[in-house]
Design a protein around this ligand. Structure first.
Ligand code: BG6
Length: 460
């Protein structure tokens, strides 16, 4: 075997409540911003497919968990839907939701699969958005109560908690680049949303520890290593600034308990800082995590800007750099993302050298492919050799990171079964398992069989 992984390595995949449960307005659940936005502007969603039409984990979780076992998983991440558990955002939990999440966790445990549970995966309850969403400190307080409710209800079964999945994405989508509700473009509001999200994270970590929570608590961040076009100082500076905006804005508070001083200075210079209150600093310091989930899909390549900024244009991170297309880069043309396997290793080395080598794992990595039907083989199986190559390439670099002392404890693919992907709906397929949209039939792809074998052997 060329790549042997440690015996207790976490093999698995990740999913999220909003993208898999379905039943988005039944079982006592109230709408999220996704239900609301879809009702307002269905044309913004691929083929006008909305959050009610997912793979139906709410009904099919037992069969789906049986498939996870077939896929050789020893771990699986999904999330709890705040708007299902506490329909008004605050108050008593919904008994039907408590039963569902208990049954789901029991089923995973019965199959020998350790549940990793995330508390928030882009799914803001509309009742909370009505109060201002993450712009509101009331919502921060409500989230902390919701988190404490989850620890109390499910803490006996869950030992790996994550406060947020990719908290920067709702900031980018909702307040800068128009791909999440409320479709605002305003950097100062974006900064406030980002800041309050981290306060909410820290409040949940504090609650977990105050309650004597067993196990580990962390956060899942999408890290995009920033590579400069060249070693010219202007390109290097551009990459540094992109790194501050897109990685260190969340990584530093999560791991070090404070924001990078140069990011704060830059935002102060442009009058973009959020409002800070007494007590925030110590709260953030208490939010330091035990375990980091790293979602890695693509690198970010940047160069110094060629043209001056129009000062009348809205303030954006792009005021400080241009993106750069490296000649000869390898692409996933369906998603428009560069494939750069070594990025995973660079992230791990950065965490080892600059962030105290905290325990981490690859919580998402994957390849979305449009029109995957054309790879259906005669036996009716999707022959996705490209996905196997993609996973092997990344696992190879991950393995090198481990061999050089990085504390990377596992690898989860995005995702278990082809799922509903926000505005892209079912455009790109990511799963180990094919979902036939018409019949709901599930069929393990070639990559799923390869992964199961790899997990069982502990390498490849
Ligand atoms: C991550 C998210 O950003 O990437 C998932 O955590 C998402 O929710 C996945 O589905 C794939 O990205 P996309 O945009 O192709 O769905």
């Amino acid at each position: 075997m060329q790549y042997r992984f440690p015996d207790n390595f976490w093999w698995g995949s990740a999913s999220s409540a909003a993208q898999s449960e379905g039943s988005s307005l039944t079982g006592g659940k109230t709408p999220t911003t996704w239900d609301h936005w879809f009702a307002l502007e269905p044309h913004r969603f691929h083929q006008q497919v909305g959050p009610a039409d997912t793979s139906g984990f709410y009904q099919h979780f037992r069969d789906d968990i049986a498939l996870l076992a077939e896929l050789g998983h020893n771990t699986f991440r999904t999330s709890i839907a705040w708007s299902r558990l506490i329909p008004e955002g605050r108050g008593e939990p919904n008994p039907e939701a408590v039963d569902f999440y208990n049954a789901m966790l029991d089923e995973l445990l019965a199959r020998g699969i350790t549940p990793f549970i995330c508390l928030y995966h882009f799914d803001m309850p509309m009742a909370m958005q009505a109060l201002g969403g993450w712009e509101s400190r009331e919502v921060v307080a409500a989230y902390a109560e919701y988190a404490a409710t989850c620890f109390r209800l499910f803490g006996a079964k869950v030992k790996h908690w994550f406060t947020f999945n990719e908290p920067i994405v709702p900031v980018e989508g909702g307040y800068l680049y128009d791909f999440h509700y409320p479709n605002v473009l305003d950097f100062r509001r974006a900064a406030s949303v980002a800041y309050h999200t981290m306060l909410a994270h820290a409040a949940a970590v504090r609650a977990f520890r105050a309650m004597g929570g067993e196990g580990q608590i962390g956060i899942i961040l999408n890290l995009t290593p920033s590579y400069p076009r060249s070693q010219h100082p202007a390109d290097v500076k551009a990459a540094h600034l992109a790194d501050l905006f897109f990685n260190r804005s969340f990584l530093d508070p999560a791991v070090r308990g404070e924001y990078p001083a140069d990011l704060v200075a830059l935002l102060r210079e442009y009058d973009q800082l959020p409002q800070v209150q007494e007590g925030d600093r110590s709260l953030l310091a208490d939010g330091r995590i035990d375990l980091l989930g790293v979602n890695y899909y693509q690198p970010r390549r940047v160069k110094a800007r060629l043209e001056a900024v129009n000062p009348a244009s809205p303030f954006l991170p792009e005021w400080f750099f241009d993106s750069y297309e490296m000649p000869g880069r390898k692409m996933n043309p369906h998603r428009g993302w560069e494939i750069y396997e070594k990025g995973i290793y660079d992230i791990l080395i950065n965490l080892r050298d600059n962030y105290g080598n905290l325990p981490c794992y690859i919580s998402e990595n994957g390849m979305g492919v449009e029109g995957e039907e054309k790879f259906l083989g005669d036996s009716g199986r999707i022959e996705d050799d490209y996905r196997i190559d993609f996973i092997r390439g990344h696992l190879g670099w991950l393995h090198k990171g481990i061999s050089e002392g990085c504390q990377c404890l596992g690898y989860h693919l995005w995702t278990f079964i082809d799922n509903w992907s926000w505005c892209n709906a079912y455009k790109n397929r990511y799963g180990f398992v094919r979902l036939d949209l018409a019949s709901g039939e599930r069929r393990i792809k070639k990559s799923g069989q390869w992964f199961a074998e790899t997990a069982r052997r502990g390498g490849f």
